[in-house]
Design a protein around this ligand. Structure first.
Ligand code: HEM
Length: 459
């Protein structure tokens, strides 16, 4: 299989359970250029790192010939799943993209993730105080409480599912509370968020067409925007102690943000803070089920083990596998010439298994010392704002799962994966468990009390 066929294979649903051999092939052939399109793909740690740290590598699609050409319909006829338009797609930002002439309409500003400095700096600075390590630590009691509630609820069901019962509901509840948003029916939000999550899959770069489901994504986008605008109007009228109210009141340089700007920022925080953390917890639970000795270490020494486990899960199974950058000017990446306007696709999940950067890169080793070099939170200007919060949620979820869920095993064979290429994670983790211990079980690793009632579900 040549490198371009390998790129197509990365998109295929059958590659979701194990895309890593494909990333290896791309790394061996790096740099991989996509014929007929201004796209180059990198998968080595050195090249991905270099691009992420290069200020000429923009995250603003207006610098990308690929998106401009797709706007003009150049690519919309070709490839699998071609749709009527190649309009650019973002991280849940269908509407916030370059217009037909490559300009972004004033009402459709992209979020700060898809902006360069100085706009990026100004907007990120406004949100940053709510996402410092200290701000995350203040949320710990609330997160602990939520995890225990979720496990209590799971204990009443006839069968536990690691995704539906823990990984999926926890992050959305946490980030909604932080932002001050009440999506009411979480399923309503989850369906739309999941649809929008596909917008970052690299179909345009690899095949020249947008990811499947463009029409549904546009509908979901419009519904979510309407919901957020309604919430913003309510918070403007009656401010609360939450991020949205603070953003609405903020006046950088003496000028308030518009409701649209606040909504775009909150939508970024919600999308970025939700799907990724679901993936981190789900991928981590699967690894823990495969490594019972690590579950035991989490039970016995949660304080030291949990942070190390989280870093290693992030390295080995990154919840966000791929990012894009666009060359604002001609540049060179580790000896490769990249012309202005070229889109650089960075396979972060490949970089995290680069033997040049990590010893025994395919092995899950919660005691390794080099895990911290992973690129799963990105690097440089756009380094994940929510990294402290994501890490904390995962540490607490893994610890509590280890402490309260006795003898967990996968109930069926290998799990089914979501179709998402970038936000890759198992769709479900049906479990057989010996028992779910009482929430009185201490968090500090001291011996748990015996289960008070007969096991709610055996085998
Ligand atoms: C726990 C799992 C998470 C992972 C693996 C993750 C991963 C990432 C990555 C790779 C980026 C950089 C994207 C790029 O360079 O193009 C990023 C950016 C970002 N993440 Fe996270 N994230 C996680 C959790 C969170 C949480 C909980 C939040 C909460 C708000 C969050 C908010 C953001 C924001 C706002 C950005 C944009 C930063 C900027 O452009 O300056 N993330 N994340």
């Amino acid at each position: 299989m040549d490198a371009v066929a390998t790129l197509r294979r990365i998109l295929a649903a059958r590659s979701r359970p194990d895309p890593y051999p494909l990333y290896e092939r791309i790394r061996a052939a790096e740099p991989v250029r996509v014929p007929g399109r201004p796209v180059v793909v990198f998968a080595s740690h050195e090249a991905c790192r270099a691009v992420l740290r290069d200020p000429r590598a923009s995250n603003d699609r207006r610098h990308a010939l690929l998106y401009r050409q797709s706007e003009q319909g150049r690519y919309s006829e070709r490839g699998e799943g071609a749709e009527q338009t190649g309009r650019a797609a973002g991280w849940g930002e269908q509407a916030g993209q370059a217009g037909r002439d490559g300009e972004t309409p004033a009402m459709e500003l992209p979020s700060f993730l898809f902006s360069d400095p100085p706009r990026h700096t100004a907007l990120r600075r406004l949100a940053a105080p709510d996402f410092t390590p200290r701000a995350a630590r203040r949320l710990a009691p609330m997160i602990r409480e939520l995890i225990d509630d979720l496990l209590d609820e799971a204990a009443t069901r006839s069968r536990m599912d690691g995704v539906a019962d823990l990984a999926s509901p926890l992050p959305v509840t946490v980030i909604c509370r932080v932002l001050g948003i009440d999506t009411g029916d979480q399923d309503w939000y989850r369906v739309r968020s999941s649809l929008l999550g596909r917008s970052v899959d690299p179909y345009l770069a690899f095949l020249g067409v947008p990811p499947p489901g463009l029409a549904e994504r546009r509908r979901a986008e419009a519904e979510l925007t309407a919901f957020f605008l309604r919430t913003a109007a309510q918070r403007r009228a009656e401010p609360r102690d939450d991020v949205m109210s603070r953003l609405l009141a903020a006046a950088p340089d003496g000028e308030r943000l518009t409701d649209r700007e606040v909504v775009t920022t909150c939508r970024l925080l919600l999308n970025a803070g939700h799907e990724t953390t679901v993936g981190l917890i789900a991928n981590g639970l699967l690894l823990l089920l495969e490594h019972p000795q690590v579950l035991a270490a989490l039970r016995e020494r949660p304080r030291t083990t949990a942070p190390a486990v989280v870093e290693e899960v992030l390295r080995l199974q990154p919840p966000l596998q791929i990012v894009h950058r666009h060359a604002r000017e001609d540049l060179e990446v580790c000896g490769t010439r990249v012309a202005r306007g070229t889109t650089m696709v960075l396979l972060l999940a490949g970089a995290n298994r680069d033997g040049a950067a990590f010893g025994c890169p395919h092995r899950f080793d919660a005691e390794r010392e080099d895990a911290g070099g992973h690129l799963s939170f990105g690097l440089g200007t756009h380094y994940c704002l929510g990294a402290p919060l994501g890490r904390l949620e995962a540490e607490l979820a893994f610890t509590r799962f280890a402490q309260r869920v006795v003898e967990p095993r996968l109930a069926e064979g290998p799990p089914r994966y979501r179709p998402h290429v970038v936000l890759r994670a198992p769709a479900e983790l049906p479990l057989r468990v010996g028992a779910v211990l009482d929430r009185a079980t201490p968090w500090d690793g001291s011996p748990p009390p015996r289960p008070t009632a007969p096991s709610p579900r055996r085998g």
